[in-house]
Design a protein around this ligand. Structure first.
Ligand code: HEM
Length: 344
């Protein structure tokens, strides 16, 4: 049985839990007539089943006592693999909904599990939008980049409100399954890390956590070493004559970058694509910081001062992480803007 928990109830006693053993167990047995329940939607397995038991269905031999449920499944499978609706096929909904395999029967674990998966999907969405924005900046399309950044900032909304769902899990409920996590922690979310790198927060040590993960380490390495969306925004300011100095490797003087953004805000105004780009980047950084702050708050109410499963001190470590700001010179530019109405 491939699945950790077989969702199929026992054939005759629906309250009996099938295929559960206290220890990892490997069992081999002959195919049986009731296996139609498990293999009716797999064409190769069904072909073998049909070879062995098809006669019983075709001839409806007396004494075979096939339950109607078996007959229905057999007849559907015999017509070919049951067609999927276009809705299911388009987004692989059946595959997606087969990926929930919590480690305990505690209902709160399913909530935690699903929210974690939903967050990973949304990290991916934000990541894709940021990658698209980065490419638009490379070819001087600031407004097009801002459009993708705007969508990324909006996606951070649902990412952040999922902390409310998790706050419905009491500390005792969380403790009922926390040991099952082992050393699993969001700190090892490679999608989150690639997102951070692409926004400009690079860290060799965080990338090293994925060094041995086949199929992941290459993508993490690429995200670490290519320019970030913010590097490309600064390059654009340079090409437009607002950011002086030489870079090429993205190492702009922070003071020069701060002054460049201050000029965009003071001199250009909302009619300028650079102004709109700056404010959209801040929208995104703002939304990201809210995500981090509410994560910190949730962790504090759920596990208090306990260390994290990923090996950090827990809330003290997260508090420091929550203070980080993406695109720092954009935030700092606020402090140097003069008082009074701008000229635009
Ligand atoms: C009650 C639920 C949760 C608790 C108690 C919790 C706790 C923690 C703790 C203590 C850390 C610090 C690293 C460590 O030592 O583990 C951490 C990091 C992290 N967690 Fe959670 N977490 C929870 C839910 C989630 C969920 C659902 C996600 C989404 C995938 C998530 C994503 C992250 C990420 C991305 C980090 C790394 C943050 C960074 O690098 O700045 N957490 N979490």
């Amino acid at each position: 049985m491939r699945k950790r928990h077989c969702p199929e109830p026992s054939v005759w006693n629906s309250s009996f839990t099938v295929a559960r053993a206290p220890q990892p167990t490997f069992a081999i047995r002959r195919m049986a007539v009731h296996d139609i329940l498990f293999l009716h939607d797999d064409p190769a397995l069904f072909a073998e089943y049909d070879r062995r038991f098809g006669d019983r269905y075709r001839t409806k031999r007396s004494g075979s006592h096939l339950p109607q449920r078996f007959v229905d499944l057999y007849e559907t499978a015999a017509k070919g693999v049951a067609p999927k609706s276009e809705y299911i096929a388009y987004q692989s909904i059946d595959t997606l909904l087969s990926l929930q395999q919590p480690h305990t029967d505690h209902p709160a674990e399913m909530t935690f599990y699903l929210v974690g998966q939903a967050k990973e999907l949304l990290f991916k969405l934000v990541y894709e939008e940021i990658c698209a924005a980065r490419l638009s900046l490379v070819v001087d399309e600031a407004d097009k980049a801002a459009w993708n950044l705007r969508r990324a900032a909006k996606a951070l909304g649902p990412l952040t409100t999922t902390w409310d769902v998790l706050s419905g899990i009491s500390p005792a409920e969380f403790n009922a399954f926390r040991d099952q996590l082992g050393s699993a922690s969001g700190i090892d979310s490679f999608m989150y890390r690639m997102l951070e790198f692409t926004l400009g927060r690079k860290s060799e040590s965080m990338a090293r956590r994925h060094a041995d993960v086949v199929g992941v380490s290459e993508s993490v390495h690429r995200a670490l070493h290519r320019s970030s969306v913010y590097d490309e925004a600064l390059e654009l300011l340079h090409r437009r004559g607002l950011l002086a100095g030489a870079s090429g490797d993205g190492a702009w003087e922070p003071e020069a970058a701060r002054q460049a953004w201050a000029r965009v805000y003071q001199e250009h105004g909302p009619a300028s694509d650079l102004f709109r780009l700056g404010e959209t980047l801040v929208d995104l950084a703002h939304a990201f910081s809210r995500w981090r702050s509410l994560h910190l708050l949730l962790v504090e109410r759920t596990i208090g001062n306990k260390p994290g499963t990923g090996g950090t001190t827990g809330i003290d470590w997260l508090r420091q992480a929550a203070e980080h700001r993406f695109f720092p010179e954009l935030w700092e530019a606020r402090s140097v803007l003069p008082s009074g109405a701008p000229p635009w």
